[in-house]
Design a protein around this ligand. Structure first.
Ligand code: FE2
Length: 357
């Protein structure tokens, strides 16, 4: 049996690679899946399962891309209902991986589909739990994220589920069981995580504040107190993880393709002349000296601007920013002509202090 924690510091996220007898499983992969593929390749193993502990909010998972590349089955815990084919496991279901097994423990609380995966070694002995956002080192998963998507599911309701999950499914496990969490200190998915990224369950029973609360009421208060507002992008990530997404390779290849000036205009709202230095006729560049004497009122169309301005590509971003700022801060005037005029005024002010091409 081989286990590797693949920790990504900028996200404080832990994915896991488990292997036995040539078969591998990956738990909570990030969207860039190369590390998992390389590891399996180096070790000459084939990825059989991809386990998701829940619908992540803080990153877009690589489960779909990894499944497409390897043919591995995606496994979610009970009640998960994504819009793409997966294996939704039942509570207590056991999946075989080489000479070891992985048991699904449904542990709702952070989210309703949250599940913990219990790894049993070759002798059938409980060895480790991959606890996702149910149990962290020093903390538990925040129970307030679901409410952003479903107002009826309050943090108090979920904290109650989390208490039951920990008491009924996790704490009865033996002290020697290793805890491999989904996140470490710095993640927005918890509030009091310790700096360690792995621990024995026995130690967590002693030092984790959430596991030492005397009753359910005290637990609910302890885990819902002092939560910072979650980052605004969390619901968007959950939606992508639930509904599916465009493959990473396709997104990357789109991002590497150059835009035509027309497409650039549509995306940014910035006139076509800003798109490329090559769109400016050479002769027009000679008009630079007289450019600052043209008033915004005299520029009546995008075509006039296109044929008049010697635009340095390096300034495209700042010009785009000026235009975007203007649009955001000045809801009025609203007509294209007026917005264009506002833009030109800003543009002139900026260019009059810049060196010509
Ligand atoms: Fe989470």
């Amino acid at each position: 049996m081989f286990i590797k924690q693949l920790y990504t510091g900028c996200l404080s996220e832990a994915a896991y690679y488990i292997e036995s007898n040539g078969e591998a499983a990956v738990i909570d992969p990030l969207r860039d899946i190369d590390a998992y593929l390389e590891l399996a390749n180096e070790r000459k193993a084939s990825i059989k399962y991809i386990f998701e502990t829940h619908f992540h909010a803080d990153f877009v998972s690589g489960h779909q891309d990894l499944s497409a590349k390897t043919g591995a089955a995606i496994v979610f815990g009970p009640t998960a209902a994504p819009s793409y084919p997966v294996h939704v496991a039942t509570d207590g279901e056991i999946l075989k991986l080489g000479k070891v097994t992985i048991k699904v423990l449904h542990t709702p609380g952070h989210t309703m589909e949250s599940s913990t995966y219990l790894l049993r070694d070759e002798q059938g002995k409980d060895y480790a739990i991959f606890s996702g956002d149910t149990l962290f080192i020093g903390d538990v998963g925040r129970p307030d994220l679901v409410q952003k998507l479903n107002a009826d599911v309050t943090p108090q309701i979920l904290a109650g589920h989390l208490y039951d999950s920990l008491r009924d499914k996790i704490m009865p496990l033996a002290d020697h069981v290793i805890v491999y969490p989904g996140h470490g200190a710095g993640s927005a998915c918890g509030k009091k995580m310790m700096t360690e990224t792995v621990d024995k369950l026995g130690n967590q029973k002693k030092v984790n504040y959430a596991l030492s609360q005397p009753n359910k009421e005290a637990f609910i208060k302890a885990v819902t107190d002092g939560l910072m507002p979650p980052p605004a992008y969390f619901p968007a990530n959950v939606a992508m993880n639930k509904k599916g997404y465009t493959s990473f390779e396709e997104v990357k290849s789109r991002g590497m393709s150059s835009l035509t000036p027309e497409v650039f205009d549509v995306i940014t709202g910035v006139p076509q002349a800003m798109a490329s230095r090559s769109t400016i006729p050479k002769a027009s560049r000679r008009h630079w000296a007289g450019l600052t004497s043209i008033s915004a009122r005299e520029i009546v169309s995008i075509n006039t601007l296109r044929s008049s301005l010697p635009v340095n590509l390096a300034r495209t971003d700042s010009l785009s920013a000026i235009f975007s700022r203007r649009k955001r801060s000045s809801p009025s005037p609203t007509s294209t002509r007026s917005r264009f005029s506002v833009f030109c005024t800003s543009f002139m002010a900026r260019m009059s202090t810049s060196a010509p091409l």
